[in-house]
Ligand binder design. Structure first.
Ligand SMILES: NC(=O)c1ccc[n+]([C@@H]2O[C@H](COP(=O)([O-])OP(=O)(O)OC[C@H]3O[C@@H](n4cnc5c(N)ncnc54)[C@H](OP(=O)(O)O)[C@@H]3O)[C@@H](O)[C@H]2O)c1
Length: 136
């Protein structure tokens, strides 16, 4: 974005901490509208208030587990909205340990969040394709 572009609406996944939180507050300070996605609703509420104070045009909290096919379909649908101009595809699980020692159930969640959700959200118009998708 250049300084001449009018800000629009951005979706930030994994907004409840770390890099996603930082993206959200910086976009807010530039006047963007925000759709904040993560599982921790209370963190999103705190962020929403901070973002509005910094100048966000509007803020919407979308509480979702991107490892859940139903929640993912909901977020993909929101990301397909005509008002969405920017996707910060940031949510992810990290620090889960050496690959050979990871619990298979955790590895499944890692793949669903870090790969399946990321891919689905990169291609939002195909929203129906992703219902029921994911490693099991
Ligand atoms: N920090 C680094 O040095 C580094 C390096 C390389 C890559 N990355 C990647 O950059 C991204 C952000 O990193 P970070 O350090 O800011 O991580 P972080 O502080 O752990 O934040 C991860 C974010 O992802 C969200 N998230 C995790 N699982 C989720 C799920 N199932 N559904 C929805 N949201 C989920 C978390 O929100 P909830 O817990 O509220 O759901 C949180 O907001 C990650 O994808 C990470 O893998 C980071």
């Amino acid at each position: 974005m250049t300084s001449h572009d009018a800000p629009g609406t951005a979706i930030v996944t994994g907004a409840s901490s770390g890099i996603g939180w930082e993206y959200a507050t910086r976009l807010a300070a530039r006047g963007w509208g925000l759709v904040l996605v993560a599982r921790r609703a209370e963190r999103l509420d705190v962020l929403a208030e901070e973002a509005l104070n910094k100048g966000a045009a509007a803020v919407e909290a979308l509480v979702a587990d991107l490892g859940s096919p139903d929640d993912l379909a909901h977020v993909v649908e929101r990301a397909s909205g005509a008002d969405v101009d920017l996707m910060v595809n940031n949510a992810g699980i990290n620090g889960y340990g050496p690959f050979a020692e990871v619990d298979p159930a955790l590895l499944t969640r890692v793949v669903n969040v870090n790969v399946v959700a990321l891919t689905a959200l990169t291609r939002p118009p195909c929203r129906a394709c992703w219902r029921g998708a994911g490693a099991r």
